[in-house]
Ligand binder design. Structure first.
Ligand code: PLP
Length: 379
């Protein structure tokens, strides 16, 4: 059987990884500034993570959500405390799309309404509602098309004020837009959304799938704007590579048996991975490291002539060049053995390293980046 060919692949096969480095099958070492789409939060194969998962697997790996799984409660308690949402409720699932799908479904159940507002350049996943709320017509199949989603320009308060009404069940917005090119919603935009959601009895869903889990220097990116959403979706960094996701749910939203569900969500291994990640974020002060290393990198990048704009918070950084960045990314990978990310904006590179990246790792990148940019032919 052949693989269904949906991904353009680099001709590199990583077989080993540690911290911020991966090695391919020829033992070539790469600096990982992308973490496989922002997934690696505490570094590859962190010893505490490996130990927790290995121990858990030797005890019990899986049982379904028909029995009490104490690790889910331990995870909920830890996540509530570290994220600053101790009074919220947790629903566990398996991927970012599933978290957003369920968040929108829950908003509709709770409000009895069916209209959702989403924004330009958003990415919320590939399941039916999540993809319908994603601003990319190429990945929306005819069956996913719906009149229930209204797209408005990102960061445009007046358009939002004009469009908001009492038919809206929820507004969904990323804490920082990732795939869209690392765009930060302004504090005032988020505050206006929050106010009007309250006024029109709609729920505010913050998609923190990519921007959450300490990446922005705070646990959630929206915490820079001092607002509290009703629903927060999390995935990516939550399991450091183990598939685990969730929704943090406002205490006023009541659960009913059967309302949401999943076979694999919240299984023993997923919880062990997610608890290990939180332990490391807390014990190694990774939110602080994310802020300080991110500030260091942004400062260094501002001084480079070919860089048009540097956007982002903490270790979620977009570097917009004066020209398309595909050749630069390729050169960084092939010649300097450094992984970086792309975005839907062809001029913007994404830097999404592990939260325990060091200054030395970043210096290695800055040096290589300057060398690549100095070569006229890649432009
Ligand atoms: N939301 C955001 C902001 C994302 O960046 C992504 C993935 O890139 C998703 C949702 C979908 O997550 P998943 O690929 O785990 O379904």
């Amino acid at each position: 059987m052949k693989l269904f060919d949906v991904y353009p692949l680099f001709d590199i096969e990583p077989v080993k990884a540690k911290g911020s480095y991966v090695w391919d099958k020829n033992n070539v070492k790469y600096l990982d500034l992308y973490g496989g789409h922002a997934v690696i939060s505490i570094g590859h194969s962190h010893p505490h993570y490996v130990e927790m998962l290995t121990k858990q697997l030797s005890e019990i790996g899986f049982y379904s959500n028909s029995v009490k799984i104490g690790l889910q409660e331990e995870l909920a308690e830890k996540l509530g405390r570290i994220s600053g949402y101790p009074d919220y409720q947790l629903f566990l699932c398996n991927s970012g799309a599933e978290a957003n799908e369920n968040a929108m479904k829950l908003a509709s159940f709770h409000t009895g309404k069916k209209k959702i507002i989403s924004f330009s350049k958003s990415f919320h996943g590939r399941t039916s509602l999540a993809v319908a709320a994603t601003d990319d017509s190429k990945i929306v199949a005819p069956i996913n098309e719906t009149d229930n989603i209204l797209f408005l320009p990102f960061n445009d308060e007046q358009s939002f004020v004009n469009a908001m009404n009492d038919e809206v069940a929820a507004v969904i917005v990323e804490g920082i837009q990732g795939f869209g090119g690392v765009n930060i919603p302004s504090a005032s935009f988020l505050k206006t959304i929050k106010q009007l959601c309250e006024k029109f009895a709609a729920l505010l869903i913050l998609d923190e799938v990519q921007s959450g889990y300490g990446r922005s220097g705070k646990f959630f990116a929206h915490q820079h704007a001092n607002i509290k959403p009703d629903l927060i979706s999390v995935a990516k960094g939550m399991g450091n590579g183990f598939p685990v996701a969730g929704i943090l749910i406002h205490p006023a939203i009541q659960a009913k048996h059967g309302m949401l569900g999943t076979t694999f969500g919240g299984n023993y291994l997923a919880c062990a991975a997610a608890i290990a990640v939180l332990d490391v974020i807390e014990n190694e002060n990774l939110m602080l490291n994310s802020k300080s290393q991110g500030d260091y990198l942004k400062d260094a990048l501002q001084d480079i002539d070919e860089v048009k704009e540097v956007r982002g918070l903490g270790l979620m950084i977009g570097i917009e060049l004066e020209f398309a960045c595909a050749a630069i990314r390729n050169e960084l990978l092939q010649e300097h053995k450094i992984f970086t990310g792309s975005s839907s904006d062809k001029n913007t590179l994404r830097i999404l390293p592990a939260l325990n990246i060091t200054k030395e790792n970043l210096d290695q990148f800055i040096k290589a980046f300057k060398v690549v940019l100095s070569k006229q032919y890649v432009k």
